[in-house]
Design a protein around this ligand. Structure first.
Ligand code: S3P
Ligand code: PEP
Length: 409
C-alpha cells in the first residue's frame, strides 16, 4: 500500500463555514473541497438572490442549513431535493422556523421537502430572546441550522433541546465555528439549552480541516490489509472539531494504531496488535453515526463481533443504512441483526470476498465502507460515482495506493 493518501476537506465544517461566511459577508475560507455537497452549497448560496427555484439534491446539510438561512434572509421560492431528500424529514426545523416568523409551506407531504418559502416576518415587540424548542433525536442538523441563524432572530435565540440528543459533536462544531465568526453561544450545564446573542457575524478567515469520516475508510484498509500496512493521512488535526475523530479510538480495537505527526502535519496509521477486550465489543454510534458502516464491514470481515448501538438515525440518511448493510453484508457472509431493542450485532457467518458486487443505494458511504474489502479478495462496486458527495478522489486515491478501481457492470 502506498505511503500517503489525500483526504477531502470536511463537508460538515465547510458547509457551516459557507453559511457563516455568507451571513458575515466576508473573510477568506481555505481548503474548501471539491466534494459535491460543498460545491453545491457554494453554488446555491451564489444563485439564491437571482432565482426562486433551488435544489439541495441529496445533501442533508445543504437542505437543512439553507432552509434556515433562506428563511431568515427573507428568500421566496421553492427549495427541493432528490426523491430521497423528499423522504428525509424536515418538520422539526420547519416548525421551529415558523414559530420564529418564517412563512414556509409544504408542497407535497407535510414534514418533508419540497418547501415553499414565502418570506420572514418576526414579531417586533419582543422582550428577550426568541425561544424555540426542538427534539434532538431525529437530526442534529436542525439544531445546527437554527443556531447559525440565531443571531439574526429578534433578541437572539434561546433553544431548548428535548429528549435524547444525537450527533452532539456536530452541534459543538457549529457553536465553535459560530464563535470564530464572532457569535456568542452559551450552553447550560446539561447542554439542553443553548443561548445565542443577537448580533451580526464578523468576517473571519477559516481553513477547513481534512475529513475524519473519509479517513475512516483508510483505517479500514489498514485494519484489513496485510501485516505491516501503514498509511499517512495529511491534514488531520489532533484537536479536531469533528466527532468522527472517534474512529481513531474505535479502530484501536481492530489493530490500527494512530500517531499524530508533529506540527499538525496529519496522522500516521499502522497495523499493530489489537486491543484486548470483551468477547463481543459494544460500540455506541450516537455521536458518530457516519462511522457505523465502516465499522460494521471491518468487524464482520475480521470476525470480531460488535454490538452496535445508537444507529437510529441511520434509517433516514442517504438510504436506510441498516437495511442496506444487512443486504450487502449477507452477500459476503456477514450478518447484522437486532439482538435486543436498539442493539445490532455485526458478526461473521463465514466471511468471504470472492467477486461479489456491492450495491450502493445512492449512498457514498455504502461504496466507501465496502471498498476496503478489496484487501481480502476481488469485488465490484455498483455506481461508484456516488462517492462524489463527500470524496470525489476516493477511487483515484485507492488506485494510487495500489488498487485497481473497477466498476460493476
Ligand atoms: O451536521 C452535520 O454536518 C452532519 C450531521 C450528521 O447528521 P445527523 O445530525 O442527522 O445525525 C451526519 O450524519 C451528517 O453526515 C453531517
Ligand atoms: C448523512 C450524511 O450526509 P447528509 O445528512 O449531509 O446528507 C453523510 O454524509 O453520511
Amino acid at each position: 500500500m502506498r505511503g500517503l493518501a489525500h483526504l477531502p476537506a470536511s463537508k460538515s465544517e465547510a458547509n457551516r463555514a459557507l453559511i457563516l461566511h455568507a451571513l458575515a459577508g466576508g473573510g477568506q475560507l481555505s481548503n474548501l473541497s471539491d466534494a459535491h455537497d460543498t460545491q453545491l452549497m457554494q453554488a446555491l448560496l451564489a444563485a439564491a438572490p437571482g432565482t426562486d427555484q433551488l435544489s439541495a439534491e441529496d445533501a442533508g446539510t445543504v437542505m437543512r442549513f439553507l432552509t434556515a438561512y433562506l428563511a431568515v434572509t427573507g428568500w421566496r421560492g421553492e427549495l427541493t431535493g432528490t426523491p430521497r431528500m423528499q423522504e428525509r424529514p424536515i418538520g422539526v426545523l420547519v416548525g421551529a422556523l415558523r414559530q420564529a416568523g418564517a412563512d414556509i409551506a409544504y408542497e407535497a407531504n407535510d414534514g418533508y421537502p419540497p418547501l415553499r418559502l414565502g418570506g420572514f416576518a418576526p414579531g417586533t415587540a419582543v422582550a428577550g430572546p426568541t425561544c424555540l424548542s426542538v427534539r434532538g433525536d431525529i437530526s442534529s442538523q436542525y439544531i445546527s441550522a437554527l443556531l447559525m441563524v440565531g443571531p439574526y432572530l429578534p433578541g437572539g435565540l434561546e433553544l431548548t433541546l428535548t429528549g435524547a440528543v444525537g450527533s452532539r459533536p456536530y452541534i459543538a462544531m457549529t457553536v465553535t465555528l459560530m464563535a470564530r465568526f464572532g457569535a456568542l453561544c452559551r450552553t447550560n450545564a446539561d447542554a439542553t439549552q443553548l443561548t445565542v446573542a443577537a448580533g451580526r457575524y464578523q468576517a473571519a478567515d477559516y481553513t477547513v480541516e481534512s475529513d475524519w469520516s473519509a479517513a475512516s475508510y483508510w483505517y479500514a484498509l489498514v485494519a484489513l490489509g496485510p501485516v505491516g500496512s501503514e498509511i499517512m493521512l495529511p491534514g488531520l488535526r489532533r484537536h479536531s472539531l469533528q466527532g468522527d475523530q472517534a474512529i481513531a479510538g474505535i479502530m484501536a480495537h481492530f489493530g490500527v494504531e494512530t500517531t499524530y505527526l508533529p506540527a499538525e502535519q496529519g496522522v500516521q496509521l499502522r497495523q499493530g496488535p489489537r486491543l484486548g477486550g470483551p468477547e463481543i465489543l459494544r460500540l455506541d454510534f450516537t455521536d458518530c453515526p457516519d462511522l457505523a458502516q465502516t465499522v460494521a464491514v471491518v468487524a464482520t470481515a475480521l470476525s470480531l463481533p460488535v454490538d452496535m448501538t445508537g444507529l437510529e438515525s441511520l434509517r433516514i440518511k442517504e438510504t436506510d443504512r441498516i437495511a442496506a448493510l444487512q443486504t450487502e453484508l449477507a452477500k459476503f457472509g456477514g450478518d447484522l441483526q437486532e439482538v435486543e431493542p436498539g442493539v445490532f450485532r455485526a458478526v461473521s457467518t463465514g466471511f468471504r470476498v470472492a467477486g461479489q458486487t456491492v450495491a450502493t443505494y445512492h449512498d457514498h458511504r455504502m461504496a466507501m465502507a465496502f471498498a476496503p474489502l478489496a484487501m481480502r479478495g476481488p469485488l465490484a462496486v455498483a455506481a461508484p460515482q456516488v462517492v462524489r458527495k463527500s470524496y470525489p478522489q476516493f477511487w483515484s486515491e485507492l488506485a494510487g495506493a495500489g488498487f485497481m478501481a473497477g466498476e460493476a457492470g
